[in-house]
Design a binder for this molecule. Structure first.
Ligand code: PLP
Length: 399
């Protein structure tokens, strides 16, 4: 009688948080670990945002619950920001503010999925999608596209995975973990395919402002207007404004879906911390100047990490053009003696463990993203850490 539920037993822990947790524990024990694990900008949250939050702490009105779906002025600002960035109109009533984009992802599947419904998830994928689909009783259906196709699926691949139980498809461009930015024609074709086949489109746009080499984020709701009645957009302030710990995200959905999401939040969390919402309002309603400065810094690190990874024999790293992840293929390193101890990694998961234990660098194995044979390196860490971490990887392989 003391067993845990089948539901929770069917789910894997968050691999990204597990790697980060292990790295932090090693650091606490005095080991000098360099963490490429967490998708977390090393910058402080911009001052103009922190100042608003600090003042908000002193205002007693912020010591109370907010409406479950979020502060009305924040919902309005998110609608205005969507028009500014994505180029199409949404009503504030379609917006639900959540505890990070993660809660928005979780709740979306909870309100849309019935037992046995299938959700097509292009792989490599962000590690939580498959698990939250399972938590909702659904079946994740992975469709893999590797570095040979720039981690971008074709409609033919998706169509081959579609059955009469397919209920939804997940889009995430720019992508975690690959850093791929899907071309406009791909996003448009997938949107049109989803409309033709009556599928919900769940578009995770949390890395929308992190593009390099002249690429730009294509918003499916902008290029396929007919999809908007079956579109749920997921987003948040974490990655854009260096606000991971403030925990503010949102979903934008057709009104009945938004209402259902808010109903669920009413039982889960009541609302997002009032002060965090005030900070998010300052972020979302403010300019993008600081974002552009951070993007420049990420871009420099991107070039540095891609060059350093490709300089390691056996590592093949395509150049990512979005987000802040490099996703090299490391298959050529598997099955042979590596490092000063001649350790052998049979899988990318073993390799990540060896890199942590022997080279003291933390990266997330591709297994966590439906892509064995790859490793994910977040380059959102400081320049000197990045350089030192890459040197350790190079030296370890060379040894
Ligand atoms: N979606 C993607 C693709 C992510 O990479 C993340 C964070 O790593 C999230 C959503 C959730 O972000 P948060 O809950 O911090 O807003």
């Amino acid at each position: 009688w003391q067993t845990l539920s089948d539901r929770i037993n069917s789910v894997s822990p968050s691999a990204t948080l597990a790697v980060d947790g292990k790295a932090k524990a090693l650091k606490a024990a005095g080991v000098d670990v360099i963490g490429f694990g967490a998708g977390e900008p090393n910058f402080p949250t911009p001052d103009y945002i922190v100042d608003v939050a600090a003042a908000a702490c002193r205002d007693p009105k912020n010591h109370r619950y907010t409406p479950t779906a979020g502060l009305p002025e924040l919902r309005e600002a998110i609608a205005a920001k969507t028009l500014r960035d994505s180029g199409y109109e949404v009503a504030p009533s379609q917006v639900v503010v959540t505890n990070g984009g993660k809660q928005a992802v979780f709740e979306t599947f909870q309100v849309l999925i019935n037992d046995g419904d299938e959700v097509i998830i292009p792989a490599p994928f962000w590690t939580s999608y498959t698990e939250v689909v399972k938590l909702a009783g659904g079946k994740p259906v992975e469709v893999f596209s590797g570095s040979d196709q720039n981690f971008t699926p074709t409609v033919d691949q998706l169509e081959a995975a579609r059955t009469e139980r397919t209920k939804a498809i997940v889009l995430n461009s720019p992508s975690n973990p690959t850093g791929a930015v899907w071309p406009e024609e791909t996003v448009r074709a997938i949107g049109e395919w989803a409309v033709a086949n009556h599928l919900w489109v769940i578009s995770d746009e949390i890395y929308e402002h992190l593009n390099y080499d002249g690429t730009k984020t294509t918003y499916v709701g902008a290029v396929v207007p007919e999809v908007r009645d079956q579109l749920i957009v997921l987003n948040g302030v974490a990655k854009t404004y260096a606000m991971t710990g403030w925990r503010v995200g949102w979903s934008i959905a057709p009104e009945p879906v938004a209402k259902a999401i808010a109903k669920l939040s009413g039982h889960m969390t009541s609302n997002v911390a009032n002060v965090s919402q005030r900070a998010a309002l300052a972020a979302v309603a403010g300019p993008l100047d600081e974002v552009h400065v951070m993007r420049e810094a990420f871009d420099k690190r991107r070039r540095a990490i891609v060059a350093a990874l490709n300089a390691i024999p056996g590592v093949d790293c395509p150049t990512p053009t979005g987000a802040f992840y490099a996703f090299p293929n490391v298959e050529a390193l598997l099955g042979k003696p590596l490092g000063p101890n001649g350790s052998v990694a049979a899988t990318s998961s073993d390799l990540a463990a060896l890199l942590l234990d022997e080279a003291h660098i933390a990266a997330v194995p591709g297994e966590a993203f439906g892509a064995p044979g790859y490793l994910r390196f977040s380059y959102a860490l400081a320049d000197d850490q990045l350089a030192e971490g890459m040197k350790r990887f190079q030296d370890w392989v060379a040894a």
